[in-house]
Write a protein that binds this ligand. Structure first.
Ligand code: BGC
Length: 733
């Protein structure tokens, strides 16, 4: 919000000062110029990430005053040039809004978002976004297409790497933190940027985990699993939203009036503007709900979609559609005003060059404090899932064999879609370890590529393992296998790496797997065979240093999973907050025939939501519900004691789950409703308080309203989603 107070116009309508400025400007604009603000283009030479490239000559379109926004401009210098063209050569000189995907860092790359989420740390997540925004503005950007709030339960979908995991509450908390970090308190400050909530809506529920696939779900599922995370980010003040590629209840999101107008603006009270996802207006033709581009533009405009990302359909057809009476001019006005209002809020009219500027990119990026934060985030994101015989931390003088395709790779630290990263800048695992253990004998062997053997690779790796006391072995997937268009129907460790693994395993040396991945994988076989397993994700620019912090014991790992690791692919989709069903398998070993189970496989995953080890242990006791007999509308207060009962200082994430015992609709077995990350010295205890608010007890009731119900609840608090320490409370009418 700008500092200017809300102004009351007439008796009922409230508009803020920026909206009034937008209206004043619009009074001078022709219909064509208003439509101009609804267009977003890429430069001719830009990377194309969809089926169609930019359909126009951008420079001419800018001069015509027909380009409201651009994305994927690849240099600070070009941004200034395009902005000059808009300001100096178009009739009204309206500045362009430059956007880009700054999703897990700009020049300073942080771990992929799924990794960041495993820190369970909203304050740290906010800091990541703050730094990303500051660097983005140094480039000249005023807008990022982030956070991705899509809650995902299917690891086949490559974009799980861009989100915050499977839980709606946690995803909402972290998405809101990102919005606060990007936008700050003052959107017009030169170091904050506009945030964009995406992909609205339910994009992550693509059938069979195949990107861009169709989505079909009940309203209950949508409101309980998907909507809360988008809502949390919108409530945090995000002023743009991106419509998703998928259809929703049979209507593609980019033409879905219920989603973009009734729900988003009506129910959620969203005040910003909506941009389509890349060519998703045109793609409504492939969805076969419109016959041609003109009909696509008509559907999108009438649905309330403000900005056309790259299609050029608004550019080509909107004016004609108004003339033919198929879209009203009032609708164009509304759509244009939303965009201009945000441009005013960003301060673009006060100074079109507020973002960017000579030399800022070199001077204001990769600052030492940014790199230090990247290191902290990377080590907070890593999740230790196995540590038999305390193989980690290393004792100090071991001979180390570092093996695997990502062992000495700088580029594979970066993760998906980091347009402005320098792939040669990250600290590789090998470099990080050498710097931390300068006197140790460390041998590094790739052994194989991610998917292919390399000649002599296995024998060199085996020789390195034989000469070592401990093997650190990277397994997993490259950057390109996470993110958009990276769905996989097999999430096993690739065959070439399995062969390498078997050979190294045969040496009998203790192995710690470093799992480099942007998604949960099926790793039961490998995990069973080793002493240690650390999920490093793609850890970003300081990956190698962060790894060294952890394996040396300088940092006690505290990451906790935000997505379930299945035992095998057949269990997918699998998530902790499932429902009981009418025939639950009450114990993992109940082999009765007619219960909900697999004949081939346990129901339980390999690693569940919330799991993660530290080099110390935490104990939970004295769970107390302070007001176990509350009423509808009242907050229930719960308290617990958490103790560090191990020998090292560490951080713990205390997780609170509730179970609504009886509901008018079926309810999940348990749902995360609170978490607190606390730091405890060895031997220290702390009391942790939680609030269970009426909102957190609310759900989509049988009468299709959202709200809470009276009745009994169980509350569990503990280390992960298995938490067994239980309290009860009752909500009376
Ligand atoms: C992606 C979006 C992204 C957009 C702009 C699309 O392909 O789905 O997440 O923001 O491109 O780069």
């Amino acid at each position: 919000m700008t500092a200017v107070a809300l102004m009351v116009v007439g008796c009922t309508e409230k508009r803020d000062a920026d909206e009034l400025r937008a209206e004043k400007l619009m009074a001078k604009m022709t219909l064509a110029e208003k439509i101009g603000q609804l267009n977003q283009f890429v430069p001719q030479n830009s990377i194309v990430t969809g089926p169609d490239g930019s359909p126009v000559d951008v420079k001419n379109v800018i001069k015509e005053g027909m380009c409201g926004s651009m994305l994927n401009v690849w240099s600070p210098k070009e941004i200034i040039e395009y902005q000059k063209l808009a300001v100096d050569s178009s009739r009204l000189g309206i500045p362009i809004l430059f956007g880009h995907d700054i999703i897990h860092g700009c020049r300073t790359t942080f771990p992929e978002n799924i990794g960041i989420s495993c820190s369970w740390d909203p304050a740290m997540t906010e800091e990541v976004a703050r730094i990303s925004a500051a660097e983005a503005t140094a480039f000249g950007l005023a807008w990022t297409f982030s956070p991705m709030c899509d809650v995902a339960i299917d690891p086949r979908w490559g974009r799980v790497s861009e989100g915050s995991g499977e839980d709606p509450y946690l995803s909402g908390q972290l998405s809101a933190a990102m919005v606060r970090g990007y936008q700050g308190d003052d959107l017009s400050a030169g170091n904050t940027i506009l945030s964009c909530v995406k992909h609205f809506a339910a994009y992550s529920a693509a059938e069979a985990g195949r990107d861009y696939n169709t989505v079909d779900m009940s309203e209950m599922m949508f409101r309980e699993r998907h909507l809360p995370s988008y809502k949390a980010a919108i409530d945090a003040g995000a002023l743009s939203v991106m419509s998703s590629f998928n259809d929703f209840d049979g209507i593609p999101a980019s033409g879905n009036k219920w989603l973009l107008t009734d729900l988003l603006r009506g129910e959620l009270g969203f005040k910003g503007f909506v941009v389509s996802d890349y060519s998703s207006i045109n793609e409504m033709i492939n969805h076969r709900v419109v016959a041609d581009k003109k009909e696509a533009a008509e559907l999108a405009l009438n649905a309330g979609l403000n900005m056309d990302m790259v299609d050029g359909d608004y550019y080509k057809f909107a004016e004609e559609l108004v003339r033919e009476g198929r879209v009203s001019e009032a609708q164009i006005d509304r759509l244009c005003k939303d965009i201009l209002t945000v441009k005013f809020k960003l301060g673009l009219f006060d100074d079109p060059f507020r973002y960017g500027g000579e030399g800022r990119w070199e001077k204001e990026t990769w600052l030492p404090e940014y790199l230090e934060t990247a290191r902290k985030v990377a080590r907070s994101s890593m999740v230790l899932l196995k540590n038999e015989g305390e193989v980690l931390p290393l004792k100090g003088s071991e001979r180390i064999a570092l093996i695997g395709p990502a062992a000495d790779s700088r580029s594979e630290m970066t993760g998906t879609w980091v347009g402005f990263a320098d792939y040669n800048k990250p600290v590789s695992f090998f470099e990080g370890l050498k710097a931390r253990f300068p006197h140790n004998d460390i041998k590094c062997e790739k052994g194989c590529d991610f998917f292919d053997p390399i000649e002599g690779g296995i024998s060199k790796a085996v020789a390195a393992a034989r000469g070592a006391d401990v093997v650190l072995m990277t397994l997993g997937l490259p950057n390109a296998y996470s993110g958009e268009a990276a769905s996989m129907a097999n999430i096993d460790i690739p065959f070439a790496q399995k062969e390498l693994f078997k050979a190294v395993k045969a040496t009998g040396k203790p192995i710690v797997i470093l799992l480099v991945t942007g998604r949960p994988m099926t790793i039961a076989e490998e995990s069973d065979a080793v002493a240690g397993l650390l999920v490093t994700w793609h850890p970003g620019i300081m990956g190698g240093t962060a790894l060294a912090d952890i394996v040396s014991g300088d940092c006690n790992p505290s990451g906790r999973l935000t997505m379930t690791f299945p035992l095998c692919l057949g269990q997918v989709p699998i998530h902790y907050n499932a429902k009981s069903t009418g025939r639950p398998r009450k114990t993992p070993t109940n082999n009765a025939k007619y219960v909900s189970r697999y004949m081939s496989t346990p129901n339980e995953p390999l690693f569940a939501f919330g799991e993660g080890l530290s080099y110390t242990e935490f104990a939970y006791s004295d769970l107390e519900v302070l007001n176990p007999e509350a009423k509808l509308g009242e907050t229930v207060k719960v308290r617990i004691k958490v103790s560090n009962v191990g020998k090292r200082d560490g951080e713990e994430v205390a997780q609170l789950y509730i179970r609504d015992v009886i509901g008018s609709r079926t309810r999940p077995d348990r749902e995360l409703k609170g978490f607190k990350k606390i730091s405890l010295k060895a031997g220290e205890s702390a009391t942790v308080d939680f609030d269970i608010t009426p909102e957190s007890r609310s759900f989509f009731r049988a009468d299709k309203t959202w709200g809470e119900e009276a009745g009994d609840f169980d509350v569990f608090i503990g280390h992960d989603s298995h938490a067994s320490l239980k309290g009860i409370f009752t909500i009376a009418k």
